[in-house]
Design a binder for this molecule. Structure first.
Ligand code: ZN
Length: 145
């Protein structure tokens, strides 16, 4: 198993009143990353639906200099209807995200959960909420099969 010491949360930086489905994400990342697939390991659409978009043992493409030992999770949204940075997570997305994070803590108990902007030199607000504070006390719990 790959060594994972960081779980990094992102937003898609798309408006809350416009859909950006996992298919949209796939087209976007395939164009950007020369058909190497989605850079995140997980994607959570607005309705809370979780998509496993990259094998956890594969190195992602979502956080420059920090991809080798991290897992990337992205939620659909992050901008309000005017295009301003905002925590647009729906209750369903929050519920899915917590369940996913608790399950990842089972497999990677020493991994720290942070937001993209908690990394050094990241100037954007992604994921537009304080992930480090919100999830610092999360307890491990396996996902129901
Ligand atoms: Zn990000």
């Amino acid at each position: 198993m790959r060594t994972v010491n960081l779980i990094i949360i992102h937003c898609s930086a798309t408006r809350s009143n416009r859909r950006f489905t996992v298919k949209d994400l796939e087209s976007c990342h395939n164009a950007r990353f020369h058909n190497k697939g989605i850079g995140y390991h997980y994607y959570i659409e607005r309705d809370g639906q979780l998509y496993a978009t990259r094998d956890e043992d594969e190195i992602g493409m979502h956080a420059r200099h920090y991809n080798a030992h991290s897992i990337g999770i992205c939620y659909e949204g992050g901008l309000n209807e005017k295009g301003q940075e905002a925590d647009t997570r729906t209750p369903a997305q929050k519920q899915t995200l917590i369940a996913l994070l608790r399950s990842l803590k089972v497999d990677y108990p020493d991994a720290e959960i942070i937001g993209h902007h908690d990394l050094p030199w990241v100037t954007k607000a992604c994921p537009c909420f304080d992930a480090r504070t919100e999830y610092q006390h999360l307890q491990p719990l396996a996902l129901e099969q």
